[in-house]
Design a protein around this ligand. Structure first.
Ligand code: NAD
Length: 463
């Protein structure tokens, strides 16, 4: 990287001050790095799955040994401590898991006799040469590697462009990468904003994009223009249905966590609740008790649960949504404002009721510690209102009758449904899941498809 590269100033979310100059890669630089990665990919593929697993396990050892450096960078990126530590752990565990699964998922298998007489078939999985990853700001490391690792195991080279808002982690990560030379040749980062991302799309053979619906739509069109596969993991407005027979205390506790963790800035945050009228009062009382007990991680970042809102742009969206809800008659049970603490902007943990579907806070994605609650007359009404959304990422259902909860879960239009939990922690799991509606497009990031989606499937037919 040249010393004369253009840079963009990045703001620290805890202070509101610019404290980082991010190198901005030009499209020519991206193309040159991509060419180099493609040249190196053949040797990576030829090193075999065992060689690739060994290199990735070496990387996890480096990440574990230098965890403090990674966590420190992520803290500066995101303004939160415990989540950053957890993010590194979850990422390391995910790499281990994929390394364990890869031999089964990529096994070529023995030839078999086709139903048509005298024909023998064999299946093969051949990697795309270069996979691009464009990631968002909310889990910078995890959401860069969650697609990169399976692609590397499949035998592809990978070019990652993380969010410009949270790219401080790249420098310490690159140092770890340098100590695993085989991997360093086939995994590179480029930094910058949308224009750099556009350069990535123009050079890769397959693309994984995680981000907003608006950007995802443009990215999808650009990939279609190049006839390359695009895996789009987009926004959500995840609902929870709290049934008449739910345990209100358990639901209140789970939903407090599921909506407020990471200051509500997770794609799978639960962002709207439909609670049966029979238990609404006790549920709301418990929920507000739990939410009021949360504190900000200011001034001591190690204390408190709620970190800052990531950027001024997000603050504007959150304030506009709160104002819209107030103007249209919502009742604020707690919170209801964005605070300025030492220059960082923090959402006061908020619960609202008397909300209606025409409010942006109910229909649009909200990346903040805010939970709107609608009281419904029946569980069926809760399911219908939960499904009345353009999003379908994940959802939750609460009932003490697990069979009934499973039935309702099957009716919820979402790629993953938690029962009696808000299991963001199960973000990395072994079941395949695909987002519904505007929340995404393409194969599953989890399960068998997680690695195979980076391969071209090839059949050998012999008679
Ligand atoms: P964003 O869409 O603003 O940006 C995402 C990435 O796209 C960034 O790296 C950005 O630089 C890049 N980009 C912007 N314009 C581009 C262009 N024209 N071409 C190529 N790249 C471009 O999203 P964000 O604000 O960083 O992230 C928040 C969003 O991500 C939320 O909607 C959230 O729900 C979603 N998200 C989804 C998941 C999931 O798994 N479904 C996970 C985390 C976040």
């Amino acid at each position: 990287m040249s010393n004369h590269m253009p840079t963009m100033a990045i703001i620290n979310p805890r202070t509101g001050q610019e404290d980082f100059d991010l190198p901005v890669f030009s499209n020519e630089q991206v193309a040159s790095i991509a060419r180099n990665l493609k040249q190196q990919q053949a040797a990576w593929w030829e090193s075999g799955l065992n060689g690739r697993i060994t290199a990735l396990e070496q990387l996890t050892s480096k990440m574990a040994a230098h965890k403090a450096q990674l966590v420190a960078a992520l803290i500066n990126d995101t303004g939160r401590a415990s989540e950053s530590e957890l993010e590194v752990d979850v990422t390391i565990n995910a790499i281990h898991r994929w390394c364990k699964q890869a031999p089964t998922l990529l096994a070529k298998g023995e030839p078999w006799a086709a139903e048509i007489p005298f024909i023998e078939l064999q299946q093969d999985y051949l990697p795309y040469s270069l996979v691009g990853v464009i990631s968002p700001w909310n889990f910078p490391l995890l959401l860069s590697l969650v697609d990169a690792i399976p692609a590397l195991l499949a035998g592809s080279a990978v070019l990652i462009k993380p969010s410009e808002v949270t790219s401080r982690f790249v420098a310490p990560f690159n140092e770890m990468l340098e100590s695993v030379p085989a991997l360093n040749k086939v995994l590179s980062f480029v930094t910058g904003a949308g224009e750099t991302g556009h350069g990535v799309i123009n050079t890769v053979d397959s693309l994984c994009f995680t981000g907003s619906v608006a950007t995802g739509r443009n990215v999808g069109k650009a990939c279609a223009g190049r006839f390359i596969p695009a895996f789009l993991e987009l926004g959500g407005k995840d609902p929870a249905v709290v049934c008449q027979d739910a345990d209100p205390e358990l639901a209140a506790k789970a939903l407090c966590w599921g909506s407020m963790v990471n200051a509500g800035q997770s794609c799978m945050s639960l962002e709207r609740v439909y609670v049966h009228k029979a238990i609404a009062d006790v549920f709301l009382t418990k929920l507000v008790q739990n939410v009021k007990a949360l504190t900000h991680n200011y001034p001591d970042i190690q204390q408190g649960q709620i970190g800052p809102i990531i950027s001024a742009k997000q603050v504007d969206i959150v304030e506009a949504q709160l104002q819209d809800a107030k103007d249209k008659g919502a009742t604020i049970l707690c919170g209801g404002e964005v605070l300025n603490l030492g220059g960082g902007r923090y959402c006061a943990p908020t619960v609202l009721t008397d909300v209606t579907p025409d409010m942006d806070i109910v229909s649009q994605e909200t990346f903040a510690a805010i939970l709107p609650v609608t009281v419904v007359d029946s569980d069926e009404q809760g399911i219908a209102m939960a499904n009345d959304s353009e999003f379908g990422l994940s959802a939750a259902v609460f009932s003490q009758n697990v069979d009934y909860a499973k039935q309702l879960a099957s009716e919820l239009e979402a790629g993953a449904v938690s029962i009696n939990d808000a299991s963001l922690t199960a973000l990395i799991h072994e079941a395949e899941k695909q987002s519904f509606k505007y929340s995404g497009l393409g194969g599953s990031r989890m399960g068998a498809e997680s690695i195979r989606r980076f391969t071209r499937k090839k059949a050998y037919i012999r008679n």
